[in-house]
Design a protein around this ligand. Sequence first.
Ligand SMILES: Cc1cc2nc3c(=O)[nH]c(=O)nc-3n(C[C@H](O)[C@H](O)[C@H](O)COP(=O)(O)O)c2cc1C
Length: 210
Amino acid sequence: MEKRSIGPGTLLGPLPVVLVGSYGEVERHGTTSVIQNPMTAAWTGIVNSTPPMVSVSIRPERLSHRFIMETGEFTLNIASSSQAADVDFCGVKSGRDLDKAKACHLTPLKLSTLSVTAGYKECPVILACRVHEVKKLGSHDMFIGKIVDVLADDALFAKDQLDLTKADLLTYYHGDYYGQSRRIGFFGYSVAKTNVLKRRLPKEFWPEAR
Ligand SMILES: Cc1cc2nc3c(=O)[nH]c(=O)nc-3n(C[C@H](O)[C@H](O)[C@H](O)COP(=O)(O)O)c2cc1C
């Protein structure tokens, strides 16, 4: 296939788009309040398996950046496609101007593994993270966090097996949001034995149907 060069850019996807939870003190119109602040981020990903680590890149001018620097912790709240409008809102408004959690009816959930930073009850999966390292990259600072706990909604489990397709997780690609509830394979399925494939995948994805 002929390729067209479009120059250097950030064209990788689909990406998870998450609500980064952070906590701190903010002054609005002369009044100081302590808030839980959700901020949308798409520049995030797993960067290590053992210990489990994740990165999220945040511009220094964001309120969330200051909050995470001050507390040394953050949460990554993975949203469902039904939460797309709230995710978008938390990515175009700053906690400097309003309480985004209240505006989006996001309920802070206290976590036993973090000191002050909450997760959000309405998000199906929450990663609780402690900052391991901050790397200055240019426009963004990359926070590498150790994942100290993962919380997933009870409703996502079938016989103790986590089924994330039930969460219809939200993804982001090149300026647009997508749901992605369709499961089409599993890790290693391209080389799995036929009997394993037949047990774990719908008929339309069995080898003879490919
Ligand atoms: C889809 C989407 C993805 C975003 N991804 C990031 C990101 O990865 N890093 C970042 O610094 N800002 C990102 N933003 C912008 C911030 O979420 C936005 O500036 C927000 O208002 C900052 O909130 P705060 O000032 O309360 O921290 C994104 C916004 C949207 C809508």
